[in-house]
Structures are given as C-alpha cells and as structure tokens.
Design a protein around this ligand. Structure first.
Ligand code: HEM
Length: 540
C-alpha cells in the first residue's frame, strides 16, 4: 500500500477524488449507525447543531452520509481519547490541513509529521511559566487600551445623555486579542484597538478567507487559475503577501538584533531583564535546530491565526452568557472587587480569581473553539464502540474523514447536569451526574491546576484538544481571557442590546455571531471599591 501523501503533495484532483475514496472506504463501516444528512442540513444553521441532533438519535459514534460523502462523527470521550491520544499518529488533520496549508505552510497545524515533531519541540518550551507570567503585563496593557477607548465613549455619553453606550463587543474583543497576539508572539504592535492599518485589514481578510474555505464544499482555490481569475482569491493572495512581508521584516529584525545578555536572561528565565519578551525572540535566540526564515514565518502565521479569533470568541460568548445571568455577574464582580479593588490583575491575583476562571472554562464548554476537531485516518484502525455503540468497536479503513464533536461532548446529557445551562460552579462539584469514564474528576481543588482540563475530565471536556496535538497556547489563552474579562467586569456593566435570540450564531473555524454582539455598556457604580469586606466564596 502506498504511503499516505503529505499535505503538500495533495493536488486539486486528489481532493476531488477524495469524495470517491470516501464513498469506498467510509461506505463500509460495519455495524456503525448511519445518519442520512439532507443537503439542506448544511444550510440555514451551523452544521454542529445538526450533528448534535443526530448524536442524540444515533449514538455517540455514527456515520454521516451526505450523498457520496461520508464522515464518522464521534461524541464519546473514550473514542475521542483513542483518536487524539492513544492512537494519535494514525490520523492527520485531513480536510483542515488542506484548507490551512496555503496560509500556514508548515506551521504546526497543517505540518507533515516530521516537521511537526521538530517545530513542536521548539515551540512548546517557549510557553514556559516565566514567559506566561511576563505576558500578564501585556494582557493588562492591551485590555487597558480597550477600557480607555470605552471609557472615552462613556464620558461623552455621560456629558450629553444617560451614560449608556452601544458597543459591538465581538469586534472589540477581536481587536484586543489581535493586539495581544502581535505583541506577545512577535513583538509587533498592531494597535488595532485604536486604529486601522493595511496589515490589520490583511489579517481579517485572511481569516475571512480561511473561514470561507472551511465551509465551502469544493476546494476550487486549489485549481491554479483561480488565483488570478477569482477576485476573492486575488485579494486573498494580496492579503497574504502583506502579512508575510510584515512577518519577514520582523524575523529579519529579530535575527539582526540578537543580544547575548537577553539570551542569558532568557536562559535563566529572568524576564524582568529581557528587552524583547516575545516568542519570536525565544525561537530565534534559543538555538538548537535552527529554523529557516520560511519555517519561522509559518510558525508565527499559525499562532497568529490559531490564537486570535479563538480567544476573541471565548470573551464574546462569556459576555453573551453573563449578560443573561446577572447573578453570576454579581458574584464575579464581588470576587474582582475583593481581590483587585481598583488594581490591574497580576499572576498572583489570577490564582485568587477562581470564579472568573470558571466563567472562562464554562464559556469554553458551551462554545468550544473550534466546535469540531477534524481528522483523517492514515491507516486502518479500530475505534472503541462508545456509549451504546457496538461493544466490538468499529473498523476504520484508511482515508476516512472524522469529526470529533467537542460541542456534543461538552453538551452531552450523559456527562453534564443541565448541559445547556451556564453554571461556572459545576466545575467545583465533586462529580457530574454520570461518572462513567470520569474517575477522580475533581478539576479545581483536587489537582491544584488553575483551570479544569481534558485529563481531569477524562476527555469529556476538551477545550484545547488533547494528546500530542493539544493546543500549545492553552494556558496563555486562559490567562489572557481571565485578565481581559476581569478588567472589563471590574469597570463596566454589560447588557445585551436586544434579546439573546437576536444574536444569531454562525461558524467557520470558530463559533461567532452573525451580526456582532451588540451590547449596552455603562460604568459600574463604585467600581473597584473593595467590597464586600471578606473574599467572595463560591458556593458548591
Ligand atoms: C491547537 C483551541 C488559543 C496555538 C489547538 C487545538 C484546539 C485549540 C482545540 C487542537 C486542534 C486539533 O486537535 O485539531 C484553542 C482555543 C484557544 C486557543 C479555544 C483560545 C481560547 C491559542 C493560542 C495559541 C494557539 C493563544 C498561540 C499563541 C495553537 C497551535 C495549535 C493549536 C499552534 C496546533 C498544535 C499542534 O498541532 O501541535 N488550539 N487555542 N492556540 N493551538 Fe490553540
């Protein structure tokens, strides 16, 4: 049997013939239940909603057939753990890698296995605790910009009206997250909270195209003339060039300005002495396996795309859920006032902001980013049957496309009490309602980690994936979201402008709103005064 092709080698025709491969391989999955999807299911509402209904109907491992195209949909933690961790190298990222390769090249997400191994070993140590600690300052400064901007708008509204402003918070969070990722990953100030620039527009243009590709059925952009003939492809290539030129320039500068005293301080993990604390500096300075400029650029581009909209989405959905739960806002604000008063948060404070951290985790549970993890089998495998599935499991031939529905796992009625309800406190309960596969679940207190994770939850909670391809920026993103949310709630009261039903949801790589998260914002009265006198406690 020929070896699986790498992403680079897959041609347009290969992709087109994938439909056929799928028909042949996916068409024979033994006793696996089959959900017949109507094409209309692909339109009108996000696909992951339909996948949830079929999960309840057909069980936690089923085959989804859309005409000749077949996918295996997994909504079971044990099966997810098998694919992501136990047998991780029997799968690659399939369709996702096809879509992202033109943007990210050999960055971690689409990279072939050999490149991935080398780059993962180089990048993971970059997110060490001294770096994360020093990034709290960047999170502070950037959120400070958003707050100043909202504050100026409020001042105007207070002098002329009722002191309430209407703000599209999803866009604000997106700008905030872009500024943070630019500064922390490659020491570049997008300044997007306060201004517009061609580079910022190019980043948004590229994200928009990545999203279009992830939802468009036929990969016509692989067909070379599309590059010149299709206007959106022409624009996409121009956008990519703007970002690549900017990144090339930053890499050149980082190489030219290597400073031995910085390297030494970095080696000693003393970031107070490091002038440029970015991840790029670390990747350039910590010489081991020397990456070429193109590889570094792919790494940076991957982190820019992977770390930007995802974090913005967490903040967006946290705000959406909080706006419907004033009692939870009150609890969070009491905690923030008690811990911070009117100060900005430090790393030590984050450890005490337990309720805000759980709000972040609960928002990721209800709105996981991305809602589906995508894989393709590189060789035959045997999947466990999953809950109510065939006890003998299912044989998976080579070339089958799989979706692990994190959305289904996170809202599974088999693992969560009131799965659709926003209850940050749920992570403090000793056990969820069904303990099957959850041995020792005690996510916050028992394990001493700041945030619940997939290992504690035995893969029923997978906000950052799991196994060797787990997100490299998980702690970074969690801390970033906690700082930003705490600082916003410290200063403002946020309400939805309309009803929750008005906020339509769409999905590409992340779940986002169709027309923005329009909110009414007002300044908190007595914000930052340290009340109540004792530290807020979280009821179990
Ligand atoms: C991978 C989620 C923030 C960089 C992943 C995966 C998930 C994820 C679920 C695994 C994908 C898969 O298995 O197919 C998130 C969420 C974030 C976030 C929800 C924000 C709340 C970040 C940040 C960075 C980052 C801030 C970098 C600065 C990456 C990279 C990978 C990845 C490089 C690929 C890892 C590999 O394949 O080895 N992320 N991420 N992410 N994430 Fe994140």
């Amino acid at each position: 049997e020929p070896e699986p092709k790498t992403v680079k080698e897959r041609s347009f025709l290969d992709n087109a013939s994938n439909v056929l491969t799928n028909l042949l391989s996916g068409g024979n999955l033994g006793s696996m239940p089959i959900a017949e999807g109507a094409v209309s299911d692909l339109f009108g509402r996000p696909l992951f909603f339909a996948l949830y209904d079929w999960f309840i109907q057909h069980g936690s491992v089923y085959k989804l057939a859309f005409g000749p195209k077949a996918f295996v949909v997994v909504s079971d933690p044990i099966v997810a753990r098998h694919i992501l961790r136990e047998n991780a190298f029997s799968y690659d990222k399939g369709v996702l890698a096809d879509i992202l390769e033109p943007i990210m090249g050999k960055g971690l997400i689409p990279a072939d296995l050999d490149t991935w191994k080398i780059r993962r070993r180089a990048i993971v140590p970059g997110f060490h605790s001294a770096y994360l600690e020093s990034m709290v300052e960047v999170f502070n400064d950037c959120t400070g910009r958003t707050i100043n901007k909202l504050d100026a708008l409020l001042r105007k509204a207070e002098s002329t009206g009722d002191g309430v402003i209407e703000v599209e918070m999803e866009a604000e969070y997106s700008n905030l997250a872009l500024d943070i990722i630019g500064l922390s990953v490659f020491n570049y100030d997008f300044g997007s909270v306060t201004s517009e620039s061609p580079v910022i527009q190019a980043v948004y243009g590229t994200l928009y195209e990545a999203e279009h590709r992830s939802t468009f059925y036929i990969p016509y952009w692989k067909f070379p003339p599309a590059r010149w003939l299709v206007p959106r492809q022409v624009k996409f290539n121009a956008d990519l060039k703007v970002i690549n030129d900017c990144l090339d320039d930053l890499i050149r500068r980082a190489r030219d300005t290597r400073q031995e005293d910085d390297v030494e301080a970095m080696q000693q993990r003393d970031y107070s002495k490091v002038k440029d604390r970015s991840l790029l500096r670390f990747l350039v300075d910590m010489r081991g396996e020397e990456p070429d400029d193109k590889q570094l650029r792919d790494d940076l581009m991957t982190m820019l795309i992977a770390g930007h909209e995802t974090t913005a989405a967490v903040l967006t959905w946290a705000t959406f859920m909080l706006s419907q739960n004033p009692d939870k806002v009150k609890k969070a604000q009491e905690e923030i006032d008690a811990v911070l008063g009117d100060r900005k948060p430090t790393l030590q404070d984050l450890k005490k902001l337990q309720y805000v951290r759980l709000i972040v985790a609960e928002s990721l549970r209800l709105y996981p980013q991305p809602p589906l993890l995508i894989r393709r089998s590189l060789k035959p495998d045997k999947l466990p049957g999953g809950r109510n599935g065939d006890p003998n499991g299912y044989s998976i031939p080579k070339g089958v496309d799989l979706f692990i529905s994190v959305y289904n796992l996170h809202r599974s009625p088999y693992f969560w009490d009131e799965p659709d309800k926003f209850m940050p406190e749920r992570f403090l309960q000793a056990k969820p309602s069904d303990v099957d596969g959850w041995a020792g679940f005690d996510p916050v207190r028992g394990q001493g980690a700041l945030y619940p994770n997939e290992v504690m939850a035995d893969f029923a909670f997978l906000p950052f994936g799991g196994g060797p391809r787990k997100c490299v920026g998980d702690q970074f993103a969690l801390m970033e979201s906690t700082v930003a949310l705490a600082m916003i709630l410290q200063k403002f009261d946020v309400q939805l402008r309309g009803t929750p039903e008005d906020v339509e949801l769409v999905t590409g790589a992340t779940i986002h709103t169709k027309a923005g998260l329009w909110c009414k914002l007002k300044r908190r009265q007595n914000a930052g005064s340290p009340h109540p006198p004792e530290v807020a406690s979280i009821s179990r």
